[in-house]
Ligand binder design. Structure first.
Ligand code: GGG
Length: 356
């Protein structure tokens, strides 16, 4: 029986509350693997509590500590008393870059039993898979500030687009589209205003598209794309976008299909040289932290993506099925989905289905 070593970064706010449920569900799901499998969890207490004590989000060698693991399960990062760029750049973003997790995979699917805020949307009619570039672009963390705290202050922030970086995320999107029924890829940029990096992106998109004649394509500017995500979300299949635009689009996608509480994601190194990291799209949600009402389904679905990545396909399918069936049958749900259930009650309902 194979044992998979999982590093757990519960992080901040609702992170520990939802990660606990995701771990519970994953533990039960792996029992269904025909060849058997075990998960060995190692928790790391990194995040803003660690920051308050040590002045940094994680120890200096934290990437070395994470490297030997098979995967990383992350809850959330962020605290109202710490600037968000410190929490993100001190923990989350270096993991994505150092482990070359260049694919950020974020599905938005309208589940049966969940209402879209848009009128007359049938279950399954919205099924968008966003490939967000995850290691460069606007998140490259290059820049600086000059003459601080004076009227003449200057801040420079540089976006980085490399041919290799564009090519590999766009290719990953096309390869996924080949396996999906609608066989379409939409590329999102703002190349009318960003005339260097995003023009390189557009040119690379055209070059890769030429290798996939069976896939239909469209290139949209981000301002048009956000309109169309609301006006005709059904028309999107696979979407490929830069780091920043992918982040924004997937929050919109999550809301269009009912809730941030259902939005799962994987930060994936397709070469498998480094551990990939799985996390709900939502943040630490300080407004509901400790109230016990955070929706654990995004974290549970992210754990399902992790199991899929680890090759535990039966366990992954079981999680997906348990969540899907629970939503369809109107099982307990948290307030973001119009219910009154607690995080634990929703997690327990998923576990009951997995045990059945
Ligand atoms: N679930 C992880 C988390 O806390 N994400 C918050 C966030 O702001 N992430 C930024 C990003 O994914 O770009």
């Amino acid at each position: 029986m194979q044992t998979f070593r999982i590093a757990v970064l519960e992080g901040d706010g609702i992170g520990p509350e939802v990660t606990r449920e995701a771990m519970r569900a994953a533990e039960i799901a792996v029992r269904r693997e025909p060849a058997g499998a075990a998960l060995e969890w190692t928790k790391f207490p990194w995040g803003t509590d660690y920051y308050f004590e040590h002045g940094r989000m994680a120890p200096a060698d934290y990437l070395d500590q994470l490297r030997p693991f098979d995967a990383i399960l992350l809850g959330a990062v962020g605290h109202p008393k710490v600037q968000d760029h410190i929490t993100l750049n001190g923990l989350l973003l270096p993991i994505r870059r150092k482990f070359d997790q260049y694919v950020c995979l974020r599905p938005s699917y309208l589940y049966d039993g969940v209402d879209s805020p848009l009128r007359d949307k049938a279950p399954g009619s919205i099924d968008i898979l966003v490939f967000r570039e995850n290691t460069e672009g606007e998140y490259a963390n290059i820049g600086g500030r000059l003459y601080q705290q004076v009227p003449e202050e200057v801040a420079i922030q540089t976006a980085v687009f490399t041919r290799r970086g564009c090519e590999r995320i766009i290719r990953a999107a096309f390869e996924a589209a080949v396996t999906r029924p609608r066989k379409k890829v939409s590329s999102i940029t703002k190349s009318n205003a960003q005339g260097y990096g995003m023009v390189l992106w557009d040119e690379t998109f055209s070059a890769v598209a030429a290798e996939f004649p069976q896939i239909s394509t469209e290139s949209l500017l981000i301002d048009r794309a956000v309109m169309e995500f609301v006006r005709r979300p059904e028309s999107f299949d696979v979407v490929v976008a830069s780091n920043l635009f992918g982040d924004i689009l997937t929050d919109l996608g999550a809301i269009v299909v009912g809730s941030m509480g259902l939005a799962s994601s994987g930060n994936i190194d397709p070469t498998r040289k480094c551990p990939s990291m799985f996390e709900p799209v939502h943040g630490s949600a300080p407004d509901i932290t400790g109230k016990g009402i955070a929706n654990p389904l995004a974290a549970i679905l992210s754990a399902g993506m992790m199991l899929e990545h680890l090759g535990l396909k039966t366990a992954a399918a079981a999680i997906h099925q348990a969540v899907t069936a629970g939503l369809k049958r109107g099982e307990p749900r948290t307030p973001d989905l119009g219910g009154t259930a607690t995080t634990t009650e929703v997690g327990a309902a998923v576990c009951r289905r997995l045990e059945a």
